[in-house]
Design a protein around this ligand. Sequence first.
Ligand SMILES: [Zn+2]
Length: 163
Amino acid sequence: MSQDQDIIMKSQENQKKYKYMAAALIEAKKAESMNEVPVGAVVVYQDKIISRAYNIRESKQLIHGHAEFLAMIKAAKKLGTWRLEDCEIYVTMEPCPMCAGAMIQSRIKKVYYGVEDPKSGVATSLCSLFDLPFNHKVESEGLLMDLESEKLLKEFFKKLRKK
Ligand SMILES: [Zn+2]
């Protein structure tokens, strides 16, 4: 492949990544409007978004009410299988152990996440769960549009403190 083609392909890949993360950010905003911690996620299959979800832990009092967990459940329903090996997931914040575990269990191909979570993130913050030798290896790439998701979270917690 020539260098020019390589550059063009990389830029097209990046455009896609930003497009999908932007869709996840729109989900995060929906959570915010319901006074939920603003985190959103989308699952992508064959270059199409097949499921979207946002954090609903408080409003539904759901243990597994995290955006990425719900997006995976919806994707599995849509595809009629729990095996999400041809899917990629975009989530605006680094996944927690529960969600990272579900990604490994559902054999998700790759996770893209936004801002790191020093309190419960396990992609890189507290540990690197995806680097452990499980039977399925989830690829991960962080800090995609992290400033945007960080801004949403910061504004949310600022408002919460004022209440
Ligand atoms: Zn989680």
